[in-house]
Ligand binder design. Sequence first.
Ligand code: URA
Length: 261
Amino acid sequence: MRLDRFIQRQLVCSAYTTRHLLAGRKIRVNGMAAADGRQPITAFCRIEVDGKLLQAREPVYLMMHKPRGCVSATTDLKNTTVLDLIDLPAKHALHLAGRLDFNSTGLLLLTNDGNWSRRITLPHQKIPKTYRVETKGEITAAHVKQFAEGIYFAYENLTTRPALLTIHSAHTAELTLFEGRYHQIKRMFGFFQNEVVGLHRLSMGEIVLDDNLAPGEYRHLTAAEIASVQHRPVANGRVAQTGKDPITGSAHPVQRSGNHP
Ligand code: URA
């Protein structure tokens, strides 16, 4: 947003008054006197007018080890939410950058910075998310092949992006997805009538769940973890679309239709 429009809105004043304030060096952005009303500002700029603070919001970025039996939401009438586990004064301004199901565990990111979380959650960003999966039935080579080819989801009328499944044992595997659809992993294993009995998220992009966090614990992200998301190119459906398959690197991505179960 432009500084002059922000000032007009906040002070309910005219463009003329705003120009007057700027000319008189009365407006400070992050401690510096502003001269140009067209200057872009963010929700996290500190803005003062004539010594009066109009906005001073600090960005917050957290990782949590989500425990089982807790809702990935900020409010819930019945169950404990992940926000209930946070003890910070600014916690009510936080939102989730990607959810986990009630009984799923592992890495959950929370922030008050919508631009940052969008870089993680928008589907075309194709951020890899890695999970440890435990299933009731056996995980076979057929799962690996089908997950790499994609699985048709009739409800959304789409085929899932190629996903990378590495089998660890008959009932455990590691799965990397490049998108996040509703109950995606359970539905993918559901294609094989194979029930998921344990699901734990290990990483999102370059952010890896900290081993020192017990279930229910959280910590602030490091500058490098925050920057790993900020420095990703913003894909708007064109810019960062390389047209390459994220797994094979091939210039011919797998077709996104057909393949009905
Ligand atoms: N896919 C699921 O089915 N559940 C999760 O919690 C995350 C991904």
